[in-house]
Ligand binder design. Structure first.
Ligand SMILES: Cc1cc2nc3c(=O)[nH]c(=O)nc-3n(C[C@H](O)[C@H](O)[C@H](O)COP(=O)(O)O)c2cc1C
Length: 394
């Protein structure tokens, strides 16, 4: 049965459906879609079924501890909100709404470089920790200015995304005319406008917000904030290499998290270059297709790191059971991407808050059902997963 109202949404899949109803197809597919045949995207979600719980029954658990710490920062929840670009197109309050909802729930928010809101406003919107995700769009000079601003605004960590030497090919975006719509040229936009006009509620709020925002934190000397339409071209000139880590450590003294690690080799590189943590991530299946599902890659990275730095993971988190499985398998915490972005697209800040609430109650129930009193007590003995996944051990 289709979900017809926000108050009746009971899980993340319901929020996804509501998002699909509220925003035009071009926006929904940008959020929902993945690279090429979307195999990695589907696998990220499906692979959680290959992990089963080994519960301890008849254990008395009166209250559950959901708190965790990442990089020495305390969080009330074992999941943080992942960087999601173009959030302001999903809802005018975009990144500010997500940061605020995260802070109110006692968890962290990671702001994407591809943000329509100024990083200072996003930081001010949250009473919690906010990290800044860095792309080198516009080159080192532009990135240095952004890092300086992040430092002054009080961001607590930098997240360097390494899996984006070019933008992945998302065929849904091509079909929906995303670049034509962002171009602002009426003739190019025309074939795609009827679909947009079919969502008057979203369109009215988009126009009230001033239309397509520029990238407020990618300020190019001489020409100002980068227009969104130039993002793909800018990414293609912004490939990150390990030598950038050295430069980054000179300009940022706080923790650096490397996002997009899928192998023991890359995990060791990140450690050697001074990363404080890595995120096992395939960008939510949006970049290269045919990659390992991230949960499957997690044991190899955990073994390679061997406790020296923290390991986070993202990809496919839609339920609290997913969060708990990943933590049992060695993740310090996970990042949720689409799970909260569906909420944002469906209903703005209350939608994000609802997504967080759904995941939180799921995690708490799961802990009770497996007979574990706290996130910090989870370990591999609570799950079974295919032995082949441990390839990187030793
Ligand atoms: C719409 C969208 C935009 C994204 N934008 C960024 C980004 O700007 N920077 C980044 O490092 N990751 C980005 N990601 C990847 C997420 O940070 C995260 O790795 C991914 O969403 C996790 O998978 P999940 O959506 O299945 O939870 C984006 C993901 C989505 C869905």
């Amino acid at each position: 049965m289709p979900v017809t109202s926000f108050s009746r949404a009971v899980n993340i899949a319901d929020l996804r459906e509501l998002a699909q109803q509220r925003v035009p197809r071009a926006v929904f597919d940008y959020l929902d879609g993945g690279g090429e045949d979307e195999v990695s995207l589907r696998e990220n979600c499906r692979v959680f079924q290959d992990v089963t719980f080994r519960p301890r029954h008849a254990v008395s658990i009166s209250s559950c501890g959901l708190q965790t710490s990442v990089l020495g920062m305390k969080f009330d929840l074992p999941f943080l909100l992942a960087p999601v670009g173009y959030s302001r197109l999903m809802h005018p309050e975009g990144e500010c709404a997500a940061a605020r909802a995260a802070g109110e729930a006692g968890t962290g928010y990671i702001l994407s470089t591809i943000s329509g809101h100024k990083m200072e406003d996003v930081k001010a919107a949250s009473r919690g920790k906010v990290w800044y995700q860095l792309y080198l769009m516009g080159g080192r000079e532009v990135a240095e200015a952004a890092v300086e601003r992040a430092k002054n605004a009080g961001f607590s960590a930098l997240v360097l995304t390494i899996d984006t030497p070019v933008a992945g090919i998302r065929e849904r975006d091509l079909r929906n005319g995303v670049s034509e719509l962002l171009s602002g040229k009426l003739a190019a936009m025309l074939p795609y406008l009827p679909e947009i006009l079919a969502h008057p509620g979203w369109l009215a709020s988009f126009l009230r917000d001033g239309g397509v925002p520029k990238l407020a934190n990618v300020v190019v000397p001489g020409s100002g904030p980068l227009p969104m339409v130039d993002v793909s071209a800018s990414l293609a000139n912004a490939a990150v290499t390990w030598s950038d880590m050295r430069w980054l450590r000179e300009i940022w003294t706080g923790p650096i998290v490397v996002k997009g690690v899928l192998t023991a080799d890359d995990a060791r590189h990140a450690m050697d270059e001074g990363a404080s943590a890595v995120v096992v991530s395939n960008h939510g299946g949006r970049q290269l297709d045919g990659l390992s599902a991230t949960l499957r890659a997690l044991p190899e990275v955990v073994a390679a790191v061997n406790g020296r730095i923290e390991v986070l993971m993202d990809g496919g988190i839609r339920r609290g059971t997913d969060v708990v499985k990943a933590i049992c398998m060695g993740a310090r915490a996970v990042l949720a991407g689409r799970a909260y972005a569906y909420g944002l697209a469906a209903a703005g800040r209350p939608g994000v808050a609802k997504a967080i609430q759904i995941l939180r109650t799921d995690v708490e129930r799961t802990l009770k059902l497996i007979g574990c009193a706290s996130i910090s007590s989870l370990d591999p003995s609570y799950v079974d997963f295919p032995h082949l996944w441990c390839r990187g051990k030793g």
